[in-house]
Ligand binder design. Structure first.
Ligand code: KG4
Ligand code: ZN
Length: 337
C-alpha cells in the first residue's frame, strides 16, 4: 500500500509517500522558521496561510520525486491533531478532499503517534512493548507502548513542555527561534562548573515533569550575574544539563517500574545531542536498547504521518467523509486497529 502523508500541525509543511513494501519513497519539508522569526514564535494565522500556499506544490513535488502519478496512491493520511487548529484544518481539508477525488481511503493521524512511530522508519526497529519519551514543543510524555494504538500514559508535564521550556529560555537569552537548537549550540561554550540548575520533581516519586521553574531559574541567574556572553553560555549549559538529567532520571524510573528493556526517544527535542548521549549511557547501564529517529525525523515531518497512516489504513481504519481536526486530542484515547 502506498500512502501520501500530510503534516501541517504547526510551523512545518511536511509531505511524504510511504510504501508498505518499499519503505519511504519521497519526503519533502518546508519550514516556516524564517516566516515566524521576527515574532519570536509561531503566529498561528501566518502558519495556516503558509500551509495553504505550500501543501499542494509539495504534494506535486513528492509525486514527481517518487516517479509516481496520483493514480498510484492508495490512501491519504493527514495530521488531524493535536496542534494549531487553523494549520491542522489546512492539511485535513486538502488530505480528505484529495482522497475523495482520487477515490481512495483517508485516515486522520494523531501527531504524537506519528512522532512515536518515527523510529520505525530506521533500519533498527524497536519491538513492542517499549517505553517512549515523547518530547516536543507541545508535549512531554512518558508512555508505555504495547502496540500501535496501545498507549498507557506513565508521566506528563504539569506545566511547560520540554521544547517550550527550551524556546522560552532561548528567548530570554536573546537567542533566535526555535530555541532548542540555539540553546544546544550555545551550551557547548558553557562552563559546566559555574551554575547548577534544579532537577524539578525528581526528589519525589512519580514520572511527571515540570519545566516552568527552570525558566524562572534562568531569569534569576541572569539578573544576579553580569549579562555577558559567557554568562549566557553558562546558563544555556546549566539549563540543558538540568533538562537532560531530569529526563534521564524519569526514564530510569520508567524502565525500573515496568521492567522493560527498550527505550524510544522521539519528538523535536529528541534531536538534542546531549539528551541522546545521556539516554544512551542510561540504556547501557541498564542493559537496555535505545532507539531514536534520524534528526530530520525527530522534528515535524511528513514521513512519520505517511508511515503511521499506512499502519492504520492497513489495519482497516478509515476516516468518514468529514473534515475534522482537533487542537487537543489525548494520545491515550487512541485505540488499536
Ligand atoms: O516535534 P516538533 O518539531 O514540533 C512539535 O510537535 O512541537 O518539536 C519542536 C520543538 C521546539 O520546541 C524546538 O525548540 C525543539 O523541538 N528542538 C530541540 C532541538 N531541536 C528542536 N530542543 C532541544 N535540542 C534540539 N536540538
Ligand atoms: Zn511535532
Amino acid at each position: 500500500m502506498r500512502v501520501l502523508g500530510i503534516e501541517t500541525s504547526c510551523d512545518e509543511t511536511g509531505i511524504a509517500i510511504y510504501d508498505s513494501e518499499q519503505g519511504l519513497l519521497a519526503d519533502a519539508l518546508h519550514s516556516q522558521i524564517a516566516l515566524h522569526l521576527e515574532y519570536g514564535g509561531v503566529v498561528p494565522e501566518l502558519a495556516s496561510r503558509d500551509h495553504v500556499r505550500k501543501t499542494l506544490p509539495l504534494i506535486k513535488q513528492v509525486l514527481k520525486q517518487a516517479g509516481l502519478d496520483k493514480s498510484d496512491i492508495d490512501g491519504v493520511a493527514y495530521t488531524a491533531g493535536p496542534g494549531l487548529i487553523g494549520a491542522l484544518l489546512v492539511g485535513a481539508s486538502i488530505g480528505r478532499s484529495l482522497a475523495w477525488t482520487w477515490a481512495v481511503p483517508a485516515v486522520a493521524v494523531h501527531h504524537m503517534e506519528g512522532h512515536l512511530l518515527a523510529p520505525m522508519l530506521e533500519d533498527e526497529v524497536p519491538e513492542f512493548p517499549f517505553i517512549a519519551l515523547l518530547v516536543s514543543g507541545g508535549h512531554t510524555m512518558l508512555v508505555q507502548v504495547d502496540g500501535v494504538g496501545q498507549y498507557s500514559l506513565l508521566g506528563d508535564t504539569v506545566d511547560d513542555a520540554a521544547g517550550e521550556a527550551f524556546d522560552k529560555t532561548a528567548k530570554l537569552l536573546g537567542l533566535g527561534y526555535p530555541g532548542g537548537p540555539a540553546i544546544s549550540k550555545l551550551a557547548e561554550q558553557g562552563d559546566p562548573g559555574r551554575f547548577r540548575f534544579p532537577r524539578p520533581m525528581t526528589n519525589r516519586p512519580g514520572l511527571d515533569f515540570s519545566f516552568s521553574g527552570l525558566k524562572t531559574f534562568a531569569v534569576n541567574t541572569l539578573t544576579d550575574n553580569d549579562d555577558d556572553p559567557q554568562t549566557k553560555a553558562d546558563i544555556a549549559h546549566a539549563f540543558e544539563e538540568a533538562v537532560v538529567e531530569t529526563m534521564a532520571i524519569k526514564c530510569r524510573r520508567a524502565l525500573e517500574q515496568t521492567g522493560l528493556k527498550r527505550l524510544v526517544l522521539a519528538g523535536g527535542v529528541s534531536a538534542n545531542r546531549r539528551l541522546r548521549q545521556r539516554l544512551a549511557q542510561l540504556a547501557n547501564e541498564r542493559g537496555a536498547q535505545l532507539y531514536y529517529p534520524r534528526p530530520e525525523f525527530c522534528t515535524d515531518n511528513g514521513a512519520m504521518i505517511a508511515y503511521a497512516g499506512c499502519l492504520r489504513l492497513e489495519g482497516g481504519q478509515t476516516e468518514p467523509l468529514v473534515i475534522q481536526a482537533r487542537a487537543r486530542w489525548p494520545l491515550e484515547t487512541l485505540t488499536s486497529t
